[in-house]
Design a protein around this ligand. Structure first.
Ligand SMILES: *[C@@H]1O[C@H](CO)[C@@H](O)[C@H](O)[C@H]1NC(C)=O
Ligand SMILES: *[C@@H]1O[C@H](CO)[C@@H](O)[C@H](O)[C@H]1NC(C)=O
Length: 418
C-alpha cells in the first residue's frame, strides 16, 4: 500500500523512454552534422600580399572599372571617397571611374569630381526603366507599404529611392550599356575611407586566383528588412537542385527541433521550408570587388527575376548585400570568394583595420614616398595603414568567422556549438 503511494505503478521504464526518444535525438544530431561546415585541408583564401609591394605601374591591367552611385547633394562625401582611393590606390593604377546617379548630374558635381579623379571619369544617369517598380508590382500598394515600413523604423525602408537602389544593385546594374564592356568592378560609396596603401592590382590578383567576389566586412543583416528573403532563396535553390556547399552551410543555423516538428519552424522569419534558419550573416556590399560575369550568368539572372516577382524589394526592404551574399553562397565555390583583410576600410561607423606588417613597409620606395604610418605589429599584414592597427578583424566578429569557415583551417572555439 505504502509502496504504491510513493512509487507510481505505471511509470514508463527507462528503456522504453530511451527507445522512443533515441531515434529523434539521433535524427537531430544527424541533421546538425549535415550542416557542419567542412574544414579544408589547407588555407583556401589567404591575403594576396602581406607586405607593401612596389606598385607595378606598367603591368597589364584587367578590364575593370570603379563604380560609385551617388547623388548631387553627396558631393563632399563622394569627393572624400575619391580623394582617398586616388591617394591609396588609383594614382598608381589609373582605373576609370564611373559615377552613376538616378537624376541629372549637377555641373558642380562633375567639375569637382572630374578634377579629384585623376584618370578617366564618366558621369552617367541610370535609365529610368532600371530605377523603378517592376511590372508585376502594384505601385500604389507598394508605396503605401513603403510608408508603413518607414513608420516601423526599419532602416531606410521608408525611402522609395532606397528600394529602387537595392533592386538596381541586386539585378540591374551589370546589364547597363555603359558597364557591358567591363568584366570587373570595384564598388565605391560616398563617405568611405581607405586607410592603407593598396600597392598591388586587386583585379589582376582576383583573376589570377580565380576569384569572383571580394569583400572587406561581414556582419548581420537587419532581420526586419527581409523576413522572407531566405525562404525564397532556399526555395529556388531547391527547385534548381543546387547542392549546399560549405558557404551555404555557413549561412545556415540548422534547427535543433526534432524531425516532424521542425517543419513548423518554417513559419518563422528567415527560415527555409524545412525550418532551418539563415543566421543573417552577409557581406557588406558597399565595398565589393567582383566579376560582373558572375552576376550576368543565366543562373544569377534567373534567381534575380524569381526574387523580383516575389515583390520583396518593395513589400520588404531586401538589400542588395543580402541578395548578393546568399547568391554567392549558393552559386559560387567558397574558394572563389576573397576577403581583402589587408585593406583598411571604413564606411559609416564600421571599419576593418589591419596592423602594419613588420619589416614590410618599403620605407625607401620611390613611388610610395615617405610618410607616416602606424606602428608595425606582429602578424600585421597591412601596408602603411594609418589606422591604429589594433582592430585587426571585422566588427562584429561572429559573421566574419562564420563566413570564412569554409576556406579557413582556423576555427574559433564557439564554432563547435554554433
Ligand atoms: C575635393 O577634394 C580635393 C582633394 O582631393 C580638395 O582639394 C577639394 O577642395 C575638394 N572639393 C570639395 C568641394 O570638397
Ligand atoms: C574632365 O576633365 C578633363 C581634363 O581636364 C576633360 O578633358 C574632360 O572633358 C572632363 N570630363 C568631364 C565629364 O567633364
Amino acid at each position: 500500500m505504502l509502496r504504491r503511494l510513493i512509487r507510481p505503478a505505471r511509470r514508463l521504464p527507462i528503456w522504453l523512454i530511451f527507445s522512443i526518444t533515441a531515434p529523434f535525438v539521433f535524427e537531430v544530431l544527424l541533421h546538425l552534422w549535415r550542416y557542419s561546415v567542412p574544414r579544408p585541408a589547407s588555407e583556401l583564401d589567404s591575403p594576396f600580399f602581406t607586405t607593401c609591394q612596389e606598385p607595378d605601374v606598367n603591368a597589364k591591367r584587367e578590364n575593370a572599372v570603379l563604380v560609385m552611385l551617388a547623388r548631387n547633394h553627396e558631393l563632399e562625401k563622394a569627393n572624400k571617397t575619391i580623394t582617398s582611393i586616388e591617394q591609396h590606390f588609383n594614382k598608381w593604377f589609373n582605373y576609370p571611374i564611373l559615377f552613376l546617379n538616378d537624376e541629372q548630374w549637377s555641373p558642380r558635381f562633375i567639375e569637382v569630381l572630374n578634377k579629384t579623379a585623376r584618370g578617366l571619369a564618366t558621369f552617367e544617369v541610370v535609365p529610368q526603366e532600371q530605377w523603378t517598380f517592376p511590372e508585376e508590382v502594384d505601385v500604389n500598394a507598394a508605396k503605401q507599404n513603403i510608408k508603413e515600413q518607414g513608420e516601423k523604423g526599419i532602416p531606410h525602408a521608408g525611402e522609395e529611392g532606397y528600394h529602387h537602389m537595392c533592386r538596381f544593385y541586386s539585378g540591374k546594374f551589370y546589364k547597363l550599356d555603359i558597364l557591358k564592356k567591363y568584366k570587373w568592378y570595384w564598388r565605391l560609396e560616398p563617405d568611405v575611407d581607405f586607410t592603407c596603401a593598396i600597392t598591388y592590382d586587386p583585379f589582376v590578383q582576383m583573376a589570377r586566383h580565380k576569384k569572383v567576389y571580394g569583400f572587406t566586412i561581414a556582419l548581420w543583416e537587419v532581420g526586419k528588412s527581409c523576413p522572407s528573403l531566405f525562404r525564397h532563396m532556399a526555395d529556388w535553390k531547391e527547385m534548381m537542385r543546387i547542392p549546399s556547399n560549405g558557404l551555404w552551410k555557413a549561412m545556415v543555423s540548422p534547427s535543433w527541433v526534432p524531425f516532424p516538428l521542425r517543419k513548423f519552424m518554417s513559419w518563422l522569419p528567415y527560415r527555409d521550408a524545412h525550418g532551418d534558419e539563415w543566421n543573417l550573416c552577409h557581406y557588406w556590399s558597399n565595398f565589393e570587388i567582383a566579376d560582373m560575369d558572375f552576376f550576368r550568368t543565366r543562373a544569377y539572372q534567373e534567381l534575380f527575376d524569381y526574387l523580383d516577382k516575389k515583390g520583396g524589394f518593395y513589400f520588404e526592404r531586401w538589400g542588395d548585400a543580402a541578395v548578393h551574399s546568399l547568391a554567392v553562397a549558393m552559386l559560387a565555390d567558397p574558394r572563389q570568394v576573397h576577403h581583402f583583410e589587408d585593406f583598411g576600410y571604413r564606411h559609416d561607423h564600421l571599419y576593418q583595420c589591419p596592423a602594419n606588417a613588420p619589416g614590410g613597409q618599403l620605407p625607401d620606395s620611390p613611388l610610395l614616398g615617405s610618410g607616416n604610418w602606424s606602428p608595425e605589429m606582429d602578424n600585421g599584414i597591412g601596408c602603411r595603414c594609418e589606422c591604429d592597427g589594433r582592430t585587426t578583424s571585422n566588427h562584429p566578429g561572429f559573421c566574419l568567422n562564420r563566413l570564412k569557415q569554409p576556406t579557413s583551417i582556423k576555427r574559433p572555439w564557439y564554432s563547435l556549438i554554433l
